[in-house]
Design a protein around this ligand. Sequence first.
Ligand SMILES: C[S@@+](CC[C@H](N)C(=O)[O-])C[C@H]1O[C@@H](n2cnc3c(N)ncnc32)[C@H](O)[C@@H]1O
Length: 269
Amino acid sequence: MRVIPLGPDGLDELADYARLTDVALRRVTEPEGGLYIAESSKVITRAIAAGHVPRSVLLAEKWLAEMEPILADFPDVPVYVGDAATLEKLTGFHMHRGALAAMHRPELPDMAELIRDARRIVILEDIVDHTNVGAIFRAVAGLGADAVLVSPRCADPLYRRSVRVSMGTVLQVPWTRMPEWDDAREILSAAGFHVAALALDERAVTLDEFSANAPEKIALMLGSEGDGLSRQALHHADSTVIIPMLHGVDSLNVAAASAVALWELRIRD
Ligand SMILES: C[S@@+](CC[C@H](N)C(=O)[O-])C[C@H]1O[C@@H](n2cnc3c(N)ncnc32)[C@H](O)[C@@H]1O
């Protein structure tokens, strides 16, 4: 490991960590493709297992031994080591997870390729909250869907909070950003998907009814926390499906809705 004790300032690469709260981290032009932050040895291990490459690592000294085997394949990657107070000053928060890695963002797969052999996929349209994105990925991984498509304006699955809430599953579940609706719908149709919009529409079929005759390949669409699915998304749906609500509650949180629907529509053969 290329261990570099942390001095008070002056190392350019540490800017990756100083900008931690900045969504723009993913748009940095150097390195090309941008960066994301992986937090904790567990998440860094998952990221590396998924083929992602660290640009640098930031550690409290006591985590050095644990991180050494994880970083064995990257002897040239700088590993900055400092005491808790210096790390907190740099990142702006207490690093109780011990390790942070600035990771090169992976190139996202082609949508058609990604969904070709899938039978259950989830489409996230313009979800705003990174916590919800992370929780949906966790449900997708745990309940066995094959892939996630995020709309062009959906919150970033590789944002620090999404990665953390997903328990690292954003690094395991295949996903990509889809194009605008007209193009995306063509690709979904070509791959044989039935697009089911989860929406609060009284004319919708209930999840039970839909599940009783579930199509072979389902793309389950979920809408944003505030407005739900856009008119365009609903226009492109083959079915509209509702989870009936009781006791005057109008809707579920979007991540909860994803888990209920994914469970009901799971592959049972
Ligand atoms: C909090 S809801 C949005 C509520 C929004 N006011 C609306 O009318 O759609 C976020 C997303 O979760 C899903 N959702 C939540 N509860 C649902 C339910 N009972 N039936 C179907 N979808 C639901 C939908 O995809 C919805 O777009």
